[in-house]
Ligand binder design. Structure first.
Ligand code: 3PG
Length: 216
């Protein structure tokens, strides 16, 4: 699938608008990283969030950055300044965090690393906005209020765009994407653990292709 050219300096909006879904990826084996990334790219999904939740996550980011230039590799589960620095060193081009601290937000500005900071309350949105962030991850989306919460935030925080993540699936993604303050969604369903274990890359490509059609 031909993907459109991207600017050299990516913004958070570039990351969010590229496809309807940012896959949230947990990798336990380095050898899965490159075929998994190629499978997603083949299905039209190139913004890939590899979470820093396993011992091999940074090695996986490095491998994808080196061997899959068509992908735009990002690091998820950024919880500290050190995580942000290590991710950039490994080749990450964007970052996603499950929550927000000023330290992490400022470090990403300094590193030139587009960050989707995680928020679940109005106060957290205001903290992130104080540091210049207006494209945010709503996490955990379903558990923290889902569609109703996003609709409520549309009033006071009408200038913010969200990427709801957590409990989003093929069954409800369209409902989220229909909201004017949702730029994309995040979800792990594109990369099932059993497909990865079985090396069923065709299934991952099929899930990616299906996800590209979600905006209608
Ligand atoms: C996460 O960071 O784990 C995401 O919220 C993924 O959630 P999901 O598995 O419900 O898509």
């Amino acid at each position: 699938m031909a993907l459109k050219p991207l600017p050299d300096r990516l913004t958070s909006l570039d990351v969010m608008r590229d496809a309807p879904v940012i896959p949230v990826i947990v990798l336990h084996k380095v050898e899965h990283a490159v075929p998994m990334a190629r499978a997603l790219v083949a299905g039209g999904i190139r913004m890939l969030e590899v979470t820093l939740r396993t011992a091999v996550a940074l090695q996986c980011i490095e491998a994808i950055a080196r061997d899959v230039p068509e992908a735009v590799i990002g690091a998820g589960t950024i919880r500290s300044v050190a995580d942000a620095q290590a991710s950039v060193a490994a080749g990450a081009r964007f970052a996603v965090s499950p929550g927000y601290t000023h330290a992490v937000g400022k470090a990403c500005h300094v590193l030139g690393l587009p960050l989707l900071p995680g928020v679940a309350t109005g106060s957290e949105i205001m903290m992130a906005q104080e540091d210049g962030y207006t494209e945010l991850k709503f996490f955990p989306a379903m558990q923290a209020g889902g569609l109703a919460m996003l609709k409520a935030w549309g009033g006071p925080f009408g200038d913010v765009k969200f990427c709801p993540t957590g409990g989003v699936s093929i069954a409800n993604a369209k409902d989220f994407l229909a909201l004017s303050n949702v730029a994309c969604v995040g979800g792990s369903w594109l990369v099932p653990a059993d497909a990865m274990e079985q090396g069923d890359w065709a299934r991952i490509t099929a899930l990616a292709l299906e996800a590209t059609t979600l905006r209608g």
